[in-house]
Design a protein around this ligand. Structure first.
Ligand code: NDP
Length: 246
């Protein structure tokens, strides 16, 4: 029996990178999967094709995480189209990098809207639909715990917010049988952080394993937490970072 048979999952930012990897892995384990995206319509459709190849239903919804109405709509549409919602993966993200003196108010607000407010709103909406066995998994970052170089203050602030959120919400919904966790990836080969990018060589030096992870390294842990085997894990951060924090 597949580990996520008959489950319904929503993965925000599932058209590329880590989110696409998570969406496909959840489907491979038997879940029907909805993904959101902003620009990459064709890539989102390709992910849905892969989900269908695994024998599962998929749906791609264009929903900008910076827009609260679109976030709420994506969650509600998942539940209405598939009859329920079991797994929410808050993955959509951006990488603001630079000197703190240069960030505009707009950039600060946009970062917090996508990384923090959208996570809260999506989770708030999702728990209205979730029953016992529900899972809320947010994709944070290893920079929530350790920031060994400059330029990351805004990003690190937005990702560390997920730790407090995760602990608090785990307490709110624990007795209902819903778990809440944050997975903190380290350097993972995606468009956001390609292994041939300008900082990749330096980044590798921060990792105990000496090389980048791939999206399946993150997706495997998310899928484990999403399944029955993960039921006693809640209110915690799980580092999947090749030893970045060691
Ligand atoms: P990518 O840039 O490769 O992919 C980002 C995904 O998020 C795309 O599907 C994109 O959609 C979507 N997205 C971006 N902005 C929005 C938005 N406003 N609303 C909805 N969807 C959006 O990033 P990664 O896969 O690398 O990152 C995924 C998550 O993992 C992020 O939260 C990131 O912070 C985190 N992370 C990544 C690390 C890494 O090394 N790669 C390390 C630590 C954490 P579209 O295709 O339409 O643009």
């Amino acid at each position: 029996k597949l580990k996520l048979e008959n489950k319904v999952a929503l993965v925000t930012g599932g058209s590329r990178g880590i989110g696409a990897g998570i969406a496909k892995k959840l489907a491979r384990e038997g879940a029907n999967v909805v993904i959101t995206y902003t620009n990459s319509k064709e890539k989102a459709q390709a992910v849905i094709k892969d989900i269908n190849k695994f024998g599962q239903r998929g749906l791609a919804i264009q929903a900008n995480s910076a827009n609260t109405d679109e976030v709420i709509n994506a969650v509600d549409q998942t539940a209405s189209n598939f009859g329920k919602l079991d797994i929410l993966v808050n993955n959509a993200g951006i990488f603001p990098f630079g000197d703190p003196e240069d960030f505009t108010l707009e950039e600060i607000d946009r970062t917090l809207a996508i990384h923090v407010r959208a996570v809260y709103i999506a989770s708030q909406t999702a728990i209205k639909h979730m029953e016992a066995g529900g899972r809320i998994i947010s994709i944070g970052s290893c920079f929530a715990n350790r920031v060994p170089f400059p330029g990351v203050s805004l990003y690190a602030m937005s990702k560390s917010a997920l730790i407090g959120f995760t602990k608090g919400l785990a307490r709110d919904v624990g007795q209902r049988g819903i778990t809440v966790n944050v997975v903190d990836p380290g350097s993972t080969d995606t468009d956001m952080n390609p292994t041939d990018g300008p900082d990749a060589e330096e980044e590798k030096e921060w990792l105990a394993v000496g090389h980048y992870g791939n999206v399946d390294d993150i997706a495997g842990v998310v899928t484990f937490i999403a399944g029955e085997d993960g039921r006693f894990i809640t209110g915690t951060s799980v580092a999947v970072d090749g030893g970045f924090e060691a």
